[in-house]
Write a protein that binds this ligand. Structure first.
Ligand code: ADP
Length: 396
């Protein structure tokens, strides 16, 4: 079966849209409508219209510019583009032709004449300008386009400068806020730990439980703040590479993780190989491992297992954190590395977070020239694997 010839109509006025739709559908055309220039261009890319009707007065990218862009699409070179306009001022027809239109119909639309006019253009009718006039008009049309472009560049440059100012203010605000919050939080955490360890006198079981809850919540808060501060810091400073034994950094992190696993009723397995010293940024490396472990604990239910594996290879150090937790859907696995991105785990349970942890992890891994890989399946668990290359000594 033959497809109906398609007319692309670019028009923002609903009355005209309805009229043209009615008149042309009755004659066996299929009319697709775009409200503006960009919409028309998008439709033209995905469809193959037999003819385009474009209102020259559409807002934004106007009908002239839309026509010029349509013409630049390979499959639109020979498709008739007809201008529709209420502008009867001298020269408007010529301007439309020079922009790439093949014909010009004035508004109001003559419903009786329209189908025959459309058919003529589809059959090959083309209006042309005398060559001398075309050259002259093309020059001034190009001039106009360049001026518009210049104005847009100026606007964008200004907007960009304003955005950069706002971005700096935001950074400053976040940095100040997190510093201000961190100081009181540190003393809060310190005292809660003293209570928890029984160093400030005996507590009743109820008080012990309350202190434990307060401690956990404060630790979450501290983690968010650290990530926020670190996110600001790590983007603006260069790494400070030092040669160190990875175990020196890993040991205290593993000890803290064991404690946390016991509290959260999780199994925690550690598999370490012999490790040669490696050149890394100490605090960045520590932050990286802590974040991966924190996530594994945070997103694994009691009774589950977290595994921490470090393997030393001649050219790189491999760190792998596996959990049997809630897992990450395939469609989210790229996005979780974006700043502030969090998977909607509303079906599971509330996990307070900032969505910054993995953005920081990726930044640190890349700044070390390394790679990060993720394997995960919802309900089964996740495994984050990081490879940090050993730096080549120049001339060595
Ligand atoms: P945060 O944990 O602070 O929300 P992250 O950047 O560390 O931020 O993680 C982003 C998102 O990735 C989390 O909100 C969570 O949905 C998901 N995610 C990270 N690690 C895991 C994991 N081990 N298991 C399941 N989901 C995870």
């Amino acid at each position: 079966m033959n497809q109906l010839p398609q007319i692309l109509y670019i028009e923002d006025n609903p009355d005209n849209q309805r009229l043209v739709q009615r008149v042309l559908s009755a004659r066996g055309y299929q009319v697709v409508i775009a409200e503006d220039g960009p919409g028309g261009l998008a439709l033209a890319r995905t469809t193959h219209p037999a003819l385009v009707l474009v209102d020259l007065g559409i807002p934004g990218l106007d009908g002239y510019e839309t026509t010029t862009r349509l013409r630049s699409l390979a499959h639109m070179h020979n498709v008739p583009i007809i201008a529709l306009t209420a502008d009867a001022s001298p020269g408007s027809r010529e301007r439309a032709l020079v922009a790439g239109c093949d014909g010009y119909l004035s508004k109001p639309i003559d419903a009786r004449a329209l189908p025959a006019q459309i058919a003529e253009f589809i059959e090959g009718r083309r209006e042309r300008l005398p060559e001398v006039m075309e050259t002259e008009l093309l020059r001034s049309y190009n001039q106009k386009l360049v001026e518009r472009l210049e104005a847009r560049v100026r606007e964008l440059t200004l907007a960009n400068a304003q955005l950069q100012d706002l971005d700096r203010m935001k950074d400053q605000f976040l940095a100040t806020l997190s510093h201000e919050l961190r100081t009181p939080l540190t003393s809060l955490l310190g005292y809660l730990e003293l209570f928890d360890r029984g160093m400030l006198g005996p507590l009743t079981p109820q008080q012990e439980e309350a202190v434990r809850v307060m401690r956990r919540s404060s630790e979450v808060l501290a983690r968010q703040l650290n990530n926020l501060l670190y996110f600001q810091e790590v983007r603006s400073r260069s790494l400070n590479f030092v040669q160190l034994q990875p175990l020196d950094i890993l040991r205290p992190l593993i000890a803290a993780a064991r404690e946390r696993a016991a509290q959260a009723q999780l199994q925690f397995e550690v598999l370490l190989s012999e490790m040669q010293p490696i050149e890394v940024d100490r605090s960045a490396f520590e932050h990286l491992v802590r974040n991966l472990l924190d996530n594994a604990f945070q997103y694994t239910e009691p009774g589950g297992r977290v595994r921490f594996i470090v393997r030393d290879e001649p050219t790189r150090l491999i760190i792998r954190v596996e959990d049997t937790g809630i897992g990450i859907p395939a469609g989210e696995q790229e996005k979780i590395f974006l700043p502030f991105y969090q998977v909607d785990h509303s079906l599971a349970r509330g996990h307070p977070g900032s969505g910054l942890g993995l953005a920081i992890v990726r930044h640190i891994v890349e700044a070390h020239g390394g790679q990060i890989a993720l394997r995960s399946a919802p309900g089964e668990g996740s495994a984050f694997t990081i490879a940090i290359p050993r730096r080549q000594v120049a001339g060595g």
